[in-house]
Ligand binder design. Structure first.
Ligand code: G3P
Length: 220
């Protein structure tokens, strides 16, 4: 499974990229607003830090303007993936951008039928939002299961990667991995939680205390 980080915070991205475990970044207009930076500068800087796909989202709602915005965003850096919403206009823009060789991430996906259309439109990524479905008592992970099943039924014609978005906690990542989703885009705080376990901390403390008693050191 690939790990993307869902943020436009450069300091967080730099810190997480230093682990070598980061495969890409996703942003959206809300995350850009939260960063407080200039959209183009933020995306350019992220693309310099992370070589993998960096999603930058269009803000127009008609296909023609989405297409122009998408081309402008794609020109920022070769690793930009243009994000479009899952609307008819978004699908049209997705088709045109994909045919022109740009990677497209189709976002705001909440149903398997929407995911099927995004694949048909040539999306490189489909972004189903699990947390926002869970928030309204619908089964977010059930949607991932359905999309993975559908895509796997057409291995020769569907190359779209399932990018699980709106992740709220580590179990979302684990469940998505069990279902074989291709990518999880994870908020920085949740990404850090993936590595932590109280028994790891407790065990390490005990090992180090015992080691101390030996009076030895590995490096002289
Ligand atoms: O970037 C899309 C997505 O991950 C949004 O997450 O937490 O705003 O539902 P959230």
């Amino acid at each position: 499974m690939k790990f993307f980080v869902d943020t436009a915070d450069l300091a967080e991205i730099e810190d997480l990229a230093a682990t070598g475990l980061l495969d890409g970044v996703t942003t959206n207009p809300s995350l850009i607003a939260k960063s407080g930076g200039d959209f183009f500068d933020v995306i350019r800087n992220i693309c310099d830090i992370v070589p993998g796909p960096v999603s930058a989202e269009v803000t127009a709602t008609d296909a023609e303007t989405m297409l122009s915005e998408g081309r402008t965003l794609a020109a920022i850096a070769p690793n930009v993936a243009v994000k479009v919403p899952l609307t008819w206009d978004g699908l049209k823009a997705c088709r045109a951008l994909s045919q022109g060789g740009t990677k497209v991430n189709v976002t705001l996906c909440f149903s398997p039928s929407q995911a099927l259309l995004a694949a048909k439109a040539g999306a490189a990524f489909i972004s189903p939002f699990v947390g926002r479905l869970d928030d309204i008592s619908q089964d977010g992970m059930g949607l991932i299961r359905e999309i993975v099943t559908i895509y796997r039924a057409y291995p020769d014609t569907i190359g779209t990667e399932v990018l699980v978005a709106s992740i709220r906690h580590p179990l979302h990542v684990v469940e998505a991995a069990k279902l074989g989703a291709d990518v999880a885009t994870v908020p920085p705080a949740v990404l850090r939680k993936l590595a932590s376990h109280p028994l790891t901390d407790k065990g390490l403390d005990a090992f180090l205390a015992d080691w101390q008693k030996t009076g030895q050191s590995i490096l002289s």
